[in-house]
Unconditional design. Structure first.
Length: 278
């Protein structure tokens, strides 16, 4: 089986490529990433690799609303037009990494909840989703706030940022402490991607991939139990209005099971703090 991973050197991609190569010797993993000198908008490069893949896992993106707002048009060319090109050249199934930022409604959220973007990032993700889902058997996976150790760590993630503050400053500051956030464990994300990449039933569609829903104050207190620190509420507001409980009944109905390992992940992430840039 030939699998192409775009964004293969990123936070998810670097861990995914490692995982796929250990699943079976029958899986051939090909990487596509800007770090390797490849451009997601380059038709010549894409046509040399994508048509021969049984599955394309499309992770390449400008991620998060702060990064998108720095250059909205550049981000759109990657997030939307890049996705369009990937779907054009792919002959096999495309698995697309999307985000829960697409939802703005508070409360209980399922895949059938109408999307309502609050940021340019969410707008671009929704547009890209439509491109992906216009082709039968393709899959969109909506991830929450990521956490977990990867060969290419990100420290701008909620849980990672709080753990680093706890370790380095002895203090966690959180705004909107009662807001509930959906957290996606990296290991669950990898298992979810592999679940669909190797799925012979071809269960296409949109799926929420969320390990656990927790209030921000709960997240901070669980971190403080492992990395001793003060927890302080401060003024602030989330531009994406995230305060919801995400349902994962749809993916579970296919037989998929989550294993959040939140406490273990806190310990592992804290062990990587000393290796992070200041």
């Amino acid at each position: 089986m030939n699998i192409v991973v775009t964004g293969s050197r990123g936070y998810i991609g670097s861990a995914l490529c490692r995982a796929l190569r250990t699943v079976s010797s029958d899986i051939n993993v090909e990487e596509f990433d800007a770090v390797l000198g490849q451009n997601i908008l380059d038709d010549v490069a894409l046509c040399k690799i994508l048509p021969y893949a049984d599955c394309v896992i499309h992770l390449a993106a400008v991620v998060g609303y702060p990064s998108v707002r720095k250059n909205v048009e550049m981000a759109r060319s990657v997030n939307v037009e890049g996705t369009r090109k990937v779907c054009h050249w792919s002959k096999g199934r495309v698995i697309f990494a999307s985000a829960l930022s697409n939802y703005s409604k508070e409360g209980y959220i399922t895949e059938d909840t109408p999307v309502e973007p609050k940021t340019e990032y969410a707008e671009q993700k929704i547009e890209a989703e439509k491109i992906v889902m216009s082709i039968p058997f393709n899959v969109v996976l909506r991830f929450g706030s990521l956490y977990g150790v990867s060969p290419n760590m990100r420290w701008d993630l909620l849980v990672h940022n709080l753990i680093r503050d706890a370790s380095e400053k002895g203090r966690i500051e959180i705004f909107q402490p009662e807001n509930k956030r959906a957290l996606s464990n990296l290991e669950d994300i990898l298992l979810g991607i592999c679940f669909f990449a190797l799925d012979i039933r071809k269960s296409g569609g949109i799926y929420n991939v969320v390990s656990v829903n927790k209030k921000k104050i709960q997240i901070a207190k669980e971190i403080s139990n492992i990395v001793p620190c003060d927890v302080v509420s401060v003024p602030g507001h989330d531009p994406e209005s995230r305060n919801y409980s995400i349902s994962t009944k749809k993916i579970k109905s296919l037989g998929f099971r989550f294993n959040p390992n939140f406490k273990l992940s806190i310990k592992e992430i804290n062990g990587n703090v000393c290796q992070s840039p200041s």
